[in-house]
Design a protein around this ligand. Structure first.
Ligand SMILES: Cc1ncc(C[n+]2csc(CCOP(=O)(O)OP(=O)(O)O)c2C)c(N)n1
Length: 641
């Protein structure tokens, strides 16, 4: 019988010896590889922390001790040993367990994560709460060297050093973010890990300094300061000890015995401690060890033993990538900024072509945006490529440093709209309500590869702040309308045949509306029963007069919002229609504020009524606006009332 079959809770690990734990680690790795190959998910990060997870659960007493996983993408072994072994098969599938920690899923998931660099703040808060409530237990933050580059992590280290609570920070250092880690902090960690001799020398000096006698409080204070000065002279600095942490490491993160020993010591301390663990991303799976970036996240059904899946049509990300390389050629002022997502945002080609004009700032979206604002003030044309969900980190920077002063910064927001299996933390559905409220900000939503390139070109020459948002999807077949020159605030008709109904769509929804419209044309010879399609192009600002002129000929307007329905751009346009064209019935279909967890993009869209069939059905059923209200927002199942 496999050892894993007997692990129903972390308690079951306590009775295993080192050899059994090692065997268990191998079993867990096999399970992760098998399930991730089928369901998709974060492979390399999870394979790297199997021993670390077992050591943590061997030493700490979860749930009394709270373990917070930063980002949370590396929690698979944790899920497997905390009572979710059987459920693991359904990870990331609709109705299955999440690929990230969820308090609603298990008492062992101390905090919900998904976005990086929150673990130290959260674990510190949890520990402080335990202390104030007189509850027992420790708190552990497990943070990668990538996530440590985020400003929040550094803010939290500073606060933890001040509070002095016995927080355990486990730094999982694999030298990788998604791609190789960047920045001076990463370089600093390398110095700590590469100079192992420094460590033994340090403990030697520590033991000598400790032997200096302490006599009386005043003298003691002097000697303490003296000790620090002696150590300071010899070691120059250790960032963590200078911030008030004990520092243990670097430890081989695949050596269970060593880790268990050090973590036991760390658990016994009454001060904050950083345990620096060195792991290998992708450990135990050759392809992932060789190319951890390619196996950071893998799509469902990718054969982990072999080749990558052949690519279908060009994706919006690839279209952005091509457009950046092309426009970069003609204007050397164009520079690109990414927050640890060179690959995900499609900037690898730009980096290869113009290496000095690509800035990977680490997982530091806030800095990325203000750095770009600085570049723009200095006369360059910065494009900050982020996922829509991660621009949320830098909302104030977008407002204060870009929008308000009207600086020409382009935000290229990938994964806008419904996002698949990563779940609710990664949805790209909130950027429109947030960004459209800001002054001077234009928001563009291209419907195709050609239109994306036009939009980027327009954005770079507009002289003001522009967000360009596009989905994680394949680009549709081109249409003449997509290639029409851009005019500020104006959209274009993509289908126009004199139907009764106008579908007003944006970005990735335009081609779905076109499919719906074409299907309606095929099924009825009566043109009036079909639907024309208008692509907004500009989510904001909208040229109201031009829009009213376009809308005036219709009896009904169906707005499709590629984001949350409420607070979106369509709501404002529907109000405009009700004011200016009172006989026209308007309704809005958009995404709910909390879409179902971890369903694929197509399923999320279909659930919300945004599939081509759903859109066509809405037109056919004549339900648009029929409920008696002038503006009707269709609610999807699961949306809040
Ligand atoms: C705020 C934020 N920005 C970007 C990401 C995307 N992201 C997910 S994992 C990851 C790299 C994390 O690196 P590290 O913390 O070192 O963990 P590893 O995968 O190497 O174990 C990034 C950039 C994110 N989750 N949150």
């Amino acid at each position: 019988m496999a050892i894993l079959d007997s692990i129903d809770s972390p308690e079951d690990l306590k009775r295993l010896d080192s050899a059994e734990l090692r065997a268990l680690a191998a079993e867990i790795r096999r399970k992760i590889i098998a399930i991730v190959s089928r369901n998709g998910g974060h492979l390399a990060s999870n394979l790297g922390v199997v021993e670390l997870t077992l050591a943590i659960h061997k030493v700490f007493e979860s749930p009394m001790d709270s373990i917070v996983w930063d980002v949370g993408h590396q929690c698979y072994a944790h899920k497997i040993v905390t009572g979710r072994r059987a459920l693991f098969d359904g990870i990331r599938l609709p109705g299955g367990i999440s690929g990230f920690p969820k308090r609603s899923e298990s008492v062992h998931d101390a905090f919900d994560t998904g976005h990086a660099s929150t673990s130290i703040s959260a674990a510190l808060g949890i520990l402080q709460a335990k202390r104030l409530r007189g509850e027992p237990g420790k708190a552990v933050a497990v943070i990668g060297d990538g996530a440590l580059t985020g400003g929040m992590a550094l803010e939290a280290l500073s606060h933890a050093g001040q509070l002095g609570l016995p927080l355990v920070v486990i730094l999982n250092d694999n030298k990788m973010s998604i791609s190789p880690n960047v920045g001076a902090l990463s370089r600093y960690l390398s110095v700590l890990t590469t100079t192992r001799r420094y460590q033994s020398f340090r403990s030697f000096v520590d033991s000598i300094v400790r032997r200096i006698p302490v006599i009386g409080p005043r003298l003691g204070g002097m000697i303490y300061r003296g000790k620090r000065a002696v150590k300071g002279l010899i070691f120059k600095e250790n960032l963590f000890s200078d911030l008030g942490f004990e520092y243990a490491g670097p430890i081989d993160g695949h050596d269970l015995t060593a880790m268990i020993r050090v973590l036991r010591d760390a658990r016994g301390l009454d001060r904050p401690v950083v345990v620096h663990v060195v792991t290998r991303k992708g450990k135990g799976f050759g392809l992932a060890e060789e190319d951890p970036a390619a196996y950071h996240g893998v799509p469902p059904q990718r054969a982990c033993g072999g080749e990558l899946e052949p690519r279908a049509a060009v994706s919006f990300t690839e279209a952005f990538s091509d457009a950046m390389v092309c426009l970069g050629e003609s204007d050397p002022r164009i520079v690109a900024i990414t927050a640890a997502m060179t690959k995900g945002t499609g900037l690898e080609a730009f980096k290869a072509r113009y290496p000095s004009r690509l800035f990977d700032v680490g997982i530091a979206e806030q800095h990325a945006v203000t750095f770009a604002a600085g570049l723009a003030s200095g006369g360059l044309k910065p494009v900050v490529a982020l996922y829509s969900t991660f621009v949320q980190r830098s909302v104030d920077q977008v407002f204060h440093d870009v929008a308000l002063p009207g600086l020409p910064v382009v935000l290229a927001l990938d994964r806008a709209g419904a996002v698949g299996e990563d779940g609710e933390t990664h949805q790209g559905i909130y950027d429109i309500p947030v960004l459209r409220a800001f002054p001077n900000m234009a928001i563009l939503a291209p419907a195709s590869a050609v239109e994306l390139a036009l939009c980027l070109e327009w954005a770079l020459s507009s002289g003001g702040p522009v967000a360009l948002r596009y989905p994680k999807a394949s680009c549709p077949r081109e249409d003449e309308a997509y290639a029409a020159p851009l005019v500020r605030g104006r959209g274009v008709f993509v289908r126009r045949s004199g139907a009764d109904t106008l579908i007003v769509a944006m970005g990735g929804l335009v081609s779905l509306a076109v499919e719906a419209s074409d299907a309606l044309v095929r099924e009825s010879a009566d043109r009036a029963r079909g639907a024309d399609v208008y692509s907004l192009r500009f989510v904001s600002p909208v040229d109201e007069e031009a829009f009213i002129e376009a809308a005036a000929a219709y009896r009904r307007i169906l707005f499709l919002e590629e984001g949350v329905a409420e607070g979106g751009a369509c709501e404002t346009l529907a109000l405009l229609v009700s004011r200016r064209l009172p006989r026209v019935l308007a309704s809005i279909v958009g995404l709910p504020s909390l879409p179902p967890a971890q369903a694929g993009r197509d399923r999320l869209l279909a659930d919300a009524g945004l599939s081509p069939e759903g859109i066509a059905q809405r037109v056919r059923s004549d339900a648009i606006g029929a409920e008696g209200a002038r503006i009707f927002v269709f609610r999807a199942a699961g949306d809040r009332p």
